[in-house]
Design a protein around this ligand. Sequence first.
Ligand code: UDP
Ligand code: MG
Length: 322
Amino acid sequence: MPLKKLVSVIVPAHNEEGNITVLTDHINEIFRNTPYVCELIFVDDGSEDNTLNEIKLNAQINSNVYYIELARNFGKDYALKAGISLAKGDAVITIDADMQHPPHLIKKMLNYWEDGFDIVYTYREEVNRHARFYQRFTSKLFYRVINALSDIKLENGIADYRLIDAKVVNQLRSLDEYEIFFRGIVKWVGYKQIGIPYTPAKRHAGTASYSFIKLLKFAIGNIMAFSARPLYIAAGIGLSLSALAILYFPYILISYMEGYAVPGWASIMATIDFFGGLQLALLSIIGVYVGKIFMQSKGRPNYIIRSTNLIHIKESSNINVN
Ligand code: UDP
Ligand code: MG
């Protein structure tokens, strides 16, 4: 009998205690009687509830369930990177813990993979009926802005639910970026990709972890991680306004020579206000990029593992394994 292929399923989980068992059962059901072995790796991203214990309970019952406990809440993309870095599968599938990503699509992904695709990603087929209005609006805006400002093209509603072949996973592991945005990176690496649509389900238990402010920071961070174009825009605006100011000089000169230059207080104030504000705004764009260089230059790890039951990293001495 030929050796079964190993598929790693990575699940980032932040306060998902009510979803771990349901998802485990669904995933294991899907891999029953298939030519694949599944290792199910939960990455506990600093949960404050019973998530980690739930995972450990499931690991006692199912020998294919593993956990990686991060030292604190690092954010979903970093939890994904932790999982991807330790996964050993011939393919890696990432899926949300809350059952919003329909697990039955895994079969379809595996079929495309067998057909030779390296990345099978998913995107939301229709407007997410379960999302709040501002979420739908900001989500659309985010994709529009990132597509306009960077060289990668992201489909509307592209999700962190995807299959990645081991050779691409190797590339992703070797990326050494302070800020990770998987949806962008996975497009950026290229390879043979195919997208399949899905209709998001309702969250099984608990509440979504992302607040509006968190999403806004996420959006701005990701746009800047993928593009230096805002810097060029800043420079462009600066130069155009300087050109306009130069065009204004003859007028000032003539006014002076004609002797009616005094009543100019309002226009001077307006100009100072305008250029002062503009300079501050443009400087702050540059400042944000400099800040990012600063963070990257520290070379801090993307995540820290507190404990795990993954056998192949037990040798690594600085991680507490129980
Ligand atoms: N998540 C995480 N760390 C975080 C926030 C979220 O690992 O800081 C996980 C969460 O447990 C879930 C997935 O990321 O499995 C998607 O999060 P959520 O459902 O809150 O967001 P949404 O469905 O709105 O994208
Ligand atoms: Mg969700």
